[in-house]
Design a protein around this ligand. Structure first.
Ligand SMILES: Cc1cc2nc3c(=O)[nH]c(=O)nc-3n(C[C@H](O)[C@H](O)[C@H](O)COP(=O)(O)OP(=O)(O)OC[C@H]3O[C@@H](n4cnc5c(N)ncnc54)[C@H](O)[C@@H]3O)c2cc1C
Length: 398
């Protein structure tokens, strides 16, 4: 291994929301922190739609800063496969649409201002453990050492396996595509969500206002040609709009891994499967878990030895206490939902239509467990269960 200048208390792989939050918390606790980012520019390319609840933003200790904020949102309009849409609207704004590249850059700047060293254009390709530190091999063949490595490198990471952990089920990544649309008719203050086998089989499509006459529209799906689905939707819903930019991205709907630490190693964010399985959303959970991970890594690095393992284990306990009950319920809802036929979806939405005021009052974008449990207890939903089971069996064999 090289010079002491390549030795850090904490090395964070990936300058996304989870990695930046982790680096910031660790450096605030006097750790010497290196933040690695494989791309030349933090946040780019961005695949994300940038929908974040205002409560979630608060949980991250953030405000709607002008550098990354695009639009405030009051609710959502759901389009079932057939029939009229259903609107769920709150009087006050519930969500912020943000420019994800700018958010990541905002967070990375905070980490650097607090003392973290950011190395862009630097990919960590291999993790190994030695008797006194962890080593990461970089793509130029050089190595950096850390007392603790935090893997925040997003969906598809192989570092957890090299550290002796499981990875999320990467087969459960849905291909997605997004367009930035401009020259549109005036956009409202609702996110639009479109369901059905002709629109986005097994998932959904979205239209997210980003400005007065612009929107980010996209979809992910279990099967079929995502480009054709998206082009059809644009033609149907926004025929006069111009496509300003195209981005592809993969939506992760796997659940979290069973253990997120091993000696000298923590995994966080998408790399750990810390996403809402109903939507693939991971900004809030990943960011919050990043904070916990950075705090734990700094304590572990300061103590060393067996004692350090207690801090890493605590990270795993703490994030699960906060999120795992809701994630379990979202995982169940996702499993039930993914195989539904259009007819069952229509019936499901008609039950939701009858319960809009309850959803408006009790729904929470990040902690969806409560509303999922309440809806599953509805008698009309219970009567749908035999259909849901039949659809699930059909989906397995289709
Ligand atoms: C189409 C789409 C729309 C989405 N919309 C939303 C949404 O509206 N709201 C929401 O909450 N979530 C959304 N998500 C999910 C959200 O983007 C992720 O959950 C979130 O980005 C996870 O953050 P992260 O920090 O764990 O990983 P990432 O944001 O993926 O960051 C990982 C970083 O690590 C870098 N990296 C990767 N490998 C290495 C390596 N080996 N060495 C160095 N650097 C590396 C990457 O370049 C990247 O910068 C969406 C996802 C997709 C695909």
């Amino acid at each position: 291994m090289g010079s002491p200048s390549d030795q850090y208390d904490v090395v964070t792989v990936g300058a996304g929301v989870a990695g930046c939050e982790a680096a910031l918390e660790a450096v605030k606790r006097n750790s010497r922190v290196l933040l690695l980012e494989e791309h030349p520019q933090v946040g780019s390319p961005s695949h994300c739609s940038g929908v974040v609840s205002l409560k979630g933003l608060e949980l991250l200790g953030l405000e709607a800063h002008s550098s990354f904020s695009q639009k405030l949102i009051h609710g959502a309009r759901f389009y079932p496969p057939h029939g009229e849409p259903i609107e769920v609207r709150k009087k006050d704004p519930v969500a912020l649409i943000l420019n994800r590249m700018k958010l990541d850059q905002f967070l990375a700047k905070q980490a650097v201002a607090a003392g973290a060293e950011l190395r862009a254009k630097t990919r960590a390709s291999k993790f190994e453990r030695t008797s006194d530190s962890d080593l990461l091999t970089l793509t130029d063949g050089s190595k950096v050492a850390g007392k603790v490595v935090i893997d925040a490198s997003g969906a598809g990471s192989r570092l957890p396996e090299q550290a002796g952990l499981h990875s999320p089920d990467w087969a459960q990544i849905l291909p997605g595509l997004q367009y930035e649309l401009v020259d549109m008719k005036e956009q409202g203050d609702l996110v639009e969500l479109f369901f059905g086998s002709k629109r986005a089989p097994g998932f959904f499509a979205w239209g997210i206002p980003t400005g007065k006459n612009s929107a980010r529209v996209g979809l992910a799906s279990k099967k079929g040609n995502v480009k054709k689905f998206l082009d059809d939707l644009v033609k149907e819903q926004w025929p006069k709009a111009t496509i300003d930019a195209t981005k592809s991205g993969s939506v992760l709907v796997a659940g979290p891994i069973s253990r997120c630490w091993s000696p000298g190693f923590i995994v966080v964010g998408d790399a750990a499967g810390q996403v809402k399985q109903t939507t693939g959303g991971g900004i809030v959970i990943g960011g919050y878990c990043g904070k916990l991970a950075g705090t734990a890594a700094a304590s572990a690095a300061a103590h060393g030895g067996v004692e350090s393992e207690g801090f890493l284990r605590d990270y795993d306990t703490q994030w699960r206490e906060k999120f795992s009950s809701d994630l379990r319920k979202m995982g169940l809802a996702r499993k039930l939902f993914a195989g539904l036929s259009d007819e069952t979806l229509d019936r499901l939405f008609s039950v939701l239509r009858d319960n809009v005021s309850e959803i408006e009052a009790e729904g929470d974008m990040d902690f969806q467990g409560k509303i999922i449990t309440r809806m599953l207890k509805k008698r009309k939903i219970a009567t749908l269960l035999p259909r849901v089971a039949a659809d699930a069996v059909k989906a397995i064999f289709s």
